[in-house]
Design a protein around this ligand. Sequence first.
Ligand SMILES: NC(=O)c1ccc[n+]([C@@H]2O[C@H](COP(=O)([O-])OP(=O)(O)OC[C@H]3O[C@@H](n4cnc5c(N)ncnc54)[C@H](O)[C@@H]3O)[C@@H](O)[C@H]2O)c1
Ligand SMILES: O=c1ccn([C@@H]2O[C@H](COP(=O)(O)OP(=O)(O)O[C@H]3O[C@H](CO)[C@@H](O)[C@H](O)[C@H]3O)[C@@H](O)[C@H]2O)c(=O)[nH]1
Length: 477
Amino acid sequence: MKIACIGAGYVGGPTMAMIALKCPEIEVVVVDINEARIAAWNSDKLPIYEPGLLEVVKAARGRNLFFSTDVNKHVGEADIVFVSVNTPTKTRGVGAGKAADLTYWEGAARVIASVSKSSKIIVEKSTVPVKTADAIEKVLRRNCTDPNVQFEILSNPEFLAEGTAIEDLMAPDRVLIGGKDTESGHAAIATLAGVYEHWVPKDRILCTNLWSAELSKLTANAMLAQRISSVNSISALCEATGADVQQVSRSIGTDTRIGPKFLNASVGFGGSCFQKDILNLVYICETVGLQEVANYWHQVILMNDYQKQRFVERVISAMFNTIKKKKIAVYGFAFKKDTGDTRETPAIDICRGLMADGASVCVYDPQVEDEQIYQDLGTEKFEWDHPSPRSRPISKTAIDIASNPMEAARDAHAICVLTEWDEFKTYDYQAIYDTMVKPAFVFDGRNILDHQKLRDIGFIVYALGKPLDPFLQKHYD
Ligand SMILES: NC(=O)c1ccc[n+]([C@@H]2O[C@H](COP(=O)([O-])OP(=O)(O)OC[C@H]3O[C@@H](n4cnc5c(N)ncnc54)[C@H](O)[C@@H]3O)[C@@H](O)[C@H]2O)c1
Ligand SMILES: O=c1ccn([C@@H]2O[C@H](COP(=O)(O)OP(=O)(O)O[C@H]3O[C@H](CO)[C@@H](O)[C@H](O)[C@H]3O)[C@@H](O)[C@H]2O)c(=O)[nH]1
């Protein structure tokens, strides 16, 4: 059997590496039009940072795992074609700002149709709107000239999270496969399930109809993001009442009906998926006339925007309502720990918000490349991406990036922790404090530091969703 995967990104690369590792008898080729990305997959400096990924790639690469730019050849030869291309939010035209842009998906489908000489199973790995399989089937059927070639389309959404992709792929909570309720549909589902059964227990492989699988992916992300927005809304209430959001999270999370995960209050959720997929869900609801349902889910995004804005305002008011010309160290730019990915990271809006008030921001992140930070802070965002008028592009010369945490904090008035990197917990904060302007502030947007220890050193500490430091209360009560 030969598998080809179109799209060598955060999903295509790791998922195919895992399939190749676990199924040595299957040839797996990941193809992409981006030559630099393919070259990086063939090197020791992979295009994405993901713990454990290099080991998995090295174990299978050259044996039964290959990365190539020859899309036509490998797709043409494959029995199963996974499509794992990007499906970003549409930026213009009908549905701009909400609907998923399926240009890359349709492009992939046209390539598959044009190069196929044998029947294939086409697997939707990308996150797509409900009913995409229908549209793709039409494109495939109308563009394939060989009448003997049949396509069976399956939906097999991916649930891995960045930073834990290898763990998630190694032992997934479930693998979801949606297909048609026909004989050929069932056969295709069985073939794909057979691939996963090499390492995933059968009872974790869920089979549904196509539309349930497509909708389940959007719903899972909406529900996960909704938990974060819910707990973030409570973090604001905690600060106003003297309750502690971590205590509240623990108290409610021990109720088995609620569960403990995804209840960490934060500066807001980021990443390439949550906002995009909720906007997509909102758009689907609107197009079928369910405006109240659309409004309900849209509120999850509005609460996320509010949380980022609230953090910026907290920093400004704590520092005597002026941060003009004050150096502020930002620890962490990635949207979460253990990844170098910055797509939709809350750090963009927060850095811009601080700089809009005149602060001189100095960023330190253990994984994010400097060029990425310049690009993220310097690029105009779309209207639906920056409800705060403060979120304006920043010129490269105004952005300061440090290569280590000491350098970032030297002569700074404050440190803002925006990503929960483990290494931030291990620093010598006494040494850092000694180099800072006094009063020295720490704004812990992830609640990862030892706040009592920091207070003992002399820092004024703001911890998200926790009772306010008496020093800060003077300025708010
Ligand atoms: N990032 C995640 O954690 C995650 C998790 C689950 C699902 N998803 C979904 O998976 C999909 C892919 O996400 P990603 O983060 O891997 O995106 P990505 O942007 O990292 O990778 C997509 C790749 O597809 C390539 N591509 C686009 N059109 C192509 C074509 N016609 N032929 C060959 N290559 C083509 C691009 O060059 C790019 O390298 C999205 O739909 C996303 O919503 C992402
Ligand atoms: O309690 C929490 C948990 C997460 N986050 C933030 O939420 C964002 C998203 O985190 P996470 O979901 O762990 O990472 P993603 O890689 O975006 O993964 C999500 O999006 C993927 C793409 O669809 C799905 O496959 C995954 O199942 C889903 O978790 C990050 O900014 C986190 O810091 C919080 O603020 N509090």
